[in-house]
Design a protein. Structure first.
Ligand code: FES
Ligand code: FES
Lengths: 701, 163
């Protein structure tokens, strides 16, 4: 079973896995890569290289006659520095400097299939694959050297791109060893060949972003920066609201403009022009008439989500009735979360080009193969005639799984017979992308006088099931996720619904602790046996000096924590607030995070801090407002994301577990910040905030 | 409304060189840089002056090129991220961003570097709150703000040593 086939239920925007299957052609491989040594890392443990199906290959690595080291993966770089982490792993196993490794990512013609860069799977899935390929290549090189130098392989060591014998000083370069070879092997599937964490020289250390220089010089080309000879600029004419259909369009004025192509098909109305100014002019000149119907509005959102709900997953433990009967105190509360937008700084963008019936698209997406399939289906052509290339992309946060811009650019390019680039405006990105689901969460609990949980009932309407299970020991539980019909298009977000579920759970835990007059940390630990979660709570508490300091007037301390996707997190926050909640500031955050072995501590810290800061937005100010199928605040001046002035002092405690495989860190660190802030505000001013965002009114630009 | 007989701009002074163009004066500086001159280091992030991704320097001052009509900068000195590096040597601000890993996806990076360069030119030793205040109009959605602050401080130090 491939791990990345298990797609969580709330990734609504995702399609199923690949439908193709073809034999790998060894000759083709070497034609493309040149002679040398090629190692395939298979996802299916038992398969062998000569018979492997394309979809079973996770990554491949080639050592050329010139000593070049090239690795290929279907993962995309979307700002999490996956490229750097994978290069570190390869360099470690091959005993070379990271600079000598080239990693080709996310080009569907040249890399193995991959379901997508999401779910924090790059580190647990792809890192071991490229490491195993590199380690296997190293062993092959040593075997070759033993043969050529006629020495015992046990005396040979690989280092700095050579295999040599220490005693005699004789050595051969990797290039010499790969010369005249067309050797195809599968990577070892056991851990045996992998360098243990205690011997790491490249992994486990700070390595700056491998292609960082291209970014600080502005040289790197994101999809929105690409250019082809004779390229046109595309622009889509959007309907006035969701659910509208195109009735009529007068395209004559637009078509009279020089070099303009107009496409009208179904509800798709768009133009392409030699420059973006003409494209904008042409789009404005199109007179379109839309048929609109009444659409839901924000004021009825939570009511709607509950009305349209159906039970979906259903997990129970013990008997909830018994649990409540055994309780001395019972609590219940409702929590809500708003729709929010990913708002990646780079909006969706694509450049599409048709040549001899083959479509090539450069686009920023987390799912190159998924987008290839979307394109193949949309144009009724085989996937083999579509190539999707993802230049290192300006972040997705779960928001770039789909290929809207790719489809639009490709449709225009087909009509125009020229390459077309299409870059969404910020307003389009805020309106026509998908949102993090809104949701209603109802929690009821029962505790004994001494603080022992007896009952835990948890209903999530619409927002999703990720992170819904509690790690606190309640003997009687009922935990339901109710799927609903969302009025807005919704999809993945960093950590999915884990943010909403942790918010409700961790605020509720705080409410119980306060009602019982117990210390919130003690109360949690009293009901917690999971050692990894206990550790992060304890480490964060220590760094925060929890219990050693009292908050001053108008200040409060709070915490939130939990587990998701192999990572354990505890976040403590100090806030200052006034009673009217006009001036709320998060002053200080301590976050302890553990996700197994640390591969690159600096980048892990970067991810952890970034998650905290991004989480401030969803916690405090970010909300999509909508009425009758229209987004009311599709711009940064009306949708308040965290800025410099909002940034607290952040201290991150990285708990390293070299004995455990590394898990991803792009998502989980976000889940603790919102409840920590809510709980701290309660301590500061006695107001309990149960809705995200907590301060929706504080939109100032 | 588009100007019926828009005035045209035929040359600009960018990164120390005069460049010849022929564009409508009401176009934004950002679109001219990116589309006509293929200087794509300045990014489009919002088009309303809210994110700073498009920041360039005009006579040394940071400017949101997405809301700046190109006719307004006709006789001025424009510096973009592409013009900072000198003879293959990174500008101290670029070097500091690299050293401090002050980015993730790096889409905000050019704008941040330009805004920080303008700040340090004016004030070589800014306090942390001055850095925050002067960069507040630049968004980083990946949340790398603390690193950017550290990088700007380090760059300031490097610049002070240089001069
Ligand atoms: S693109 Fe100019 S400020 Fe955002
Ligand atoms: S690094 Fe991604 S927006 Fe700043």
């Amino acid at each position: 079973m491939r791990a990345n086939h298990s797609i969580e239920p709330e990734r609504y925007e995702l399609l199923a896995g690949p439908s193709y299957s073809f034999e790998l052609d060894r000759r083709e491989f070497f034609q493309f890569l040149g002679a040398g040594i090629l190692v395939l890392s298979l996802t299916e443990i038992s398969a062998d290289a000569q018979q492997a199906k394309a979809e079973e290959v996770g990554a491949w690595l080639h050592i050329g006659e010139d000593g070049s080291i090239r690795a290929f993966t279907g993962k995309a770089e979307v700002g999490q520095n996956t490229r750097t982490a994978l290069v570190q792993g390869i360099a470690e196993e091959l005993r070379v400097a990271p600079e000598s490794v080239t990693l080709l990512m996310a080009d569907t013609d040249h890399v193995p299939f991959d379901a997508g860069t999401f779910g924090s799977r790059s580190m647990p899935d792809m890192l071991p694959k490229v490491r195993r390929a590199a380690a296997t290549a190293r062993e092959i090189l040593i075997d070759r050297a033993a043969e050529l130098l006629k020495v015992d392989r046990a005396n040979l060591v690989a280092a700095d791109g050579r295999v040599g014998e220490a005693t005699s000083g004789r050595s051969l370069t990797y290039g010499e060893l790969a010369k005249d070879q067309t050797l195809l092997r599968t990577a070892r599937t056991d851990q045996g060949a992998l360098t243990p964490a205690s011997d790491w020289k490249v992994m486990g250390r700070v390595l700056p972003k491998v292609n960082g220089r291209d970014f600080v010089t502005g040289r790197h080309r994101y999809a929105s920066d690409m250019k082809l000879e004779g390229m046109l600029h595309g622009k889509v004419v959007r309907p006035p609201c969701f659910g509208a259909t195109l009735v009529k369009a007068d395209t004559s004025a637009a078509e009279r403009l020089p070099g303009v192509t107009v496409v009208r098909e179904g509800n798709f109305l768009a133009v392409a022009a030699p420059d973006s100014a003409t494209a904008a002019e042409a789009a404005a000149a199109l007179k379109a008439e839309w048929n609109t119907t009444e659409q839901p509005s924000e004021h009825e959102l939570f009511k709607l989500l509950k009305e349209r709900a159906e039970a979906r997953t259903n997990s129970t433990k013990g008997s909830i009735e018994e649990g409540f009967a055994a309780a001395d105190h019972k609590f219940s509360a409702t929590y809500t979360v708003a729709y929010i937008a990913h708002a990646p700084l780079e909006p969706r963008a694509a450049l599409a080009s048709w040549e001899n019936g083959k479509l090539t698209v450069w686009t920023g997406t987390q799912r190159p193969f998924g987008v290839r399939r979307e394109l193949a289906e949309a144009f009724h052509i085989p996937e083999s005639r579509v190539r999707v290339i993802v230049p290192d992309t300006a972040s997705g946060y779960g928001g770039k799984h789909t290929g809207e811009a790719a489809l639009e650019a490709a449709r225009l390019a087909k009509e125009a017979g020229k390459p077309v680039k299409l870059v969404w405006t910020r307003e389009e990105e805020f309106t026509w992308a998908y949102f993090r689901p809104a949701g209603v969460i109802e929690v009821a609990s029962g505790v004994k006088k001494d603080g022992t949980l007896t009952a835990w009932e948890f209903h999530n309407y619409n927002s999703g099931a990720s992170g819904i299970a509690t790690l606190y020991e309640a003997p009687h539980q009922r935990v339901h996720y109710h799927r609903s019909q969302s009025p807005l298009r919704q999809g993945s977000y960093r950590a999915l619904a884990a943010t909403a579920n942790h918010f409700a759970r961790e605020v509720h835990m705080d409410e119980i602790a306060h009602a019982l007059g117990k210390d919130p940390l003690e109360f949690r630990l009293q009901n917690l046996t999971n050692p990894r979660l206990r550790t992060v709570f304890e480490r964060a508490a220590e760094a925060f000096h929890w219990g050693k300091r009292k908050p001053g007037a108008g200040r409060g301390f709070g915490m939130g924590g939990g587990y998701e996707k192999g990572g354990y997190v505890a976040t403590f926050a100090e806030v200052s607030a006034d009673s009217g909640l006009k001036q709320v500031r998060v002053e200080r955050v301590v976050i302890a995070f553990e996700c197994g072995a640390v591969v690159n501590p600096d980048m892990l810290r970067n991810q952890v801090e970034g998650a905290v800061i991004q989480g401030l937005g969803g916690a405090l100010t970010e909300a999509i407002h909508f009425e009758n199928g229209k987004i009311l605040n599709p711009r940064f001046s009306r949708y308040r994301v965290p800025r410099f002035r909002d940034v607290p002092v952040i201290e991150s405690v990285l708990v390293n577990r070299p004995d455990l495989p590394p898990a991803g860190a792009g998502e989980t660190p976000i889940v603790g910040i919102a409840p920590a802030i809510s709980n701290a505000i309660f301590q500061a001013v006695g107001v309990r905030l149960r809705s995200l965002p907590m301060l929706p009114e504080s939109i100032q630009s | 409304m588009a100007d019926p007989r828009p005035e045209r701009v035929r040359s600009l002074h960018i990164n120390g060189r005069a460049v010849t163009i022929d564009v409508r004066g009401d176009r934004t500086l950002l679109s001219v840089l990116r589309e006509d001159l293929d200087l794509t280091g300045a990014k489009y992030g919002c088009g309303e002056g809210q994110c700073g991704a498009c920041t360039v320097l005009v006579d040394g001052a940071p400017v949101r090129s997405c809301v700046m009509p190109v006719r307004a900068v006709r006789n001025k000195r424009i510096t973009t991220i592409e013009g900072l590096e000198q003879d293959g040597k990174l500008h101290p601000v670029q070097q500091a961003f690299l050293d401090y890993g002050a980015f993730q996806c790096a889409f905000c990076t050019s704008g941040m570097i330009m805004a920080a360069t303008a700040l340090l030119n004016k004030k070589p030793n800014p306090s942390e709150s001055e850095i925050r205040a002067s960069l507040d109009g630049n968004l980083c959605r990946c949340g790398t703000y603390p690193r950017i602050i550290a990088a700007v401080k380090a760059a300031g130090k490097a610049l002070r040593h240089e001069s």
